[in-house]
Design a protein around this ligand. Sequence first.
Ligand SMILES: Cc1ncc(COP(=O)(O)O)c(C=O)c1O
Length: 397
Amino acid sequence: MAPPTRPFIFDDTQIDRSQLRKTAFNLRWATVEEDVIPLTAGEMDFPIAEPVSEAIQRHAREGYLGYCPKLGFETLREAICEDLSNRSISASPDRILVLDGAAAALKAACRAILNPGDEAVTFDPVDFLLPHCSELAGAKVLRCPVSPIDGSINFEALESLISSKTKALLICNPHNPTGRVLRKEELSAMANLAEKHNLTIISDEVWSEIIIGTIPMTSIASLSDEIRKRTITISGFSKSDGLSGMRVGYLHCENETIFNKIVDFSGVLDTTSGATALSQVAAEAALKEGGPWRSSFVEHLKSLVPYTADQLSQLAGVDCPKPEGTFLLFPSVSAFDMDCESLAEFILTEARVAVVPGAERWFGSRAKGHLRLSVATSRSVVDAALERLSALWGQQS
Ligand SMILES: Cc1ncc(COP(=O)(O)O)c(C=O)c1O
């Protein structure tokens, strides 16, 4: 393999802001005013790994971009199985469905498992996609509180939410927005509840490659054969490989009946949905050749994310725990005596930094009083944002 020509460094020299202004949507550079630093959506400011870029270009040059196999390219599904086996999940390619993003996989899984009248249990706070996809399927969502400070779970509360109507337990590991990597013991406790109450576990592991603390990533499906059989594992390439705009993700479901139902609901059979050929080529290259680049990116985050948390915690009235996974920070902010939506607006107007408010619609009611900041960028972008925040806080007294 030819040596990489672009170095694995994650500083300002690698960030092309004029390109980001044309390409980074979803509350980011292309959608904010020019002097604003966006620390909003969970995606990176860095260009994708060179082997992935080359694979896309090579495939496009070959000139054939026809329809793909219904479940996704077999070579990609094999690569996904190999990746899952590194997470101790034994999987076969015919139980992998490649879709246009982890979000699409979540939606298809929820539609296959949940019907109107059913209930789904998830957490509060948690990324809106988990309750949203459950609700799209017609289910009522009940939310178990997790501590927004350390992300710990109240298991008594969790079990008390489960009834005969409950069909699914939706987890997010590592957890968006608290950045907690779920402990093996916690996963075992959830798995026991799922077995006791005959629930399907839908595990969103789109952040699983971004482990920056000392707690190892455990996939719930790796706990036992029984648990794997009742779990739908979801992941993708948006967070760790910068492929968010390619819209590609996947799910694994061992249970054949449920898998076929998911395939039915996903829209791949009638061609109303699915990942494009180029996206799948990119995903396969990321799995097969993107490892060294991805590891360097995670190394960069291992210093940047805790550093940012420490700096934020220096601001009066801000408490920012250090995440164990993800590149998201979720500080509680009691400064300025404002609700978090007004505060985010105030920070945008006065400091020209865009952040996500801990609003109920994004994360649930327990996100109140928090902000979420995404820092998959260079140290100097983060420092510029911190300097602005610190100047704003300085005006408070
Ligand atoms: C928990 C979670 N699931 C899914 C997604 C979306 O992933 P994708 O871009 O692959 O659809 C995100 C993105 O923010 C996320 O945080």
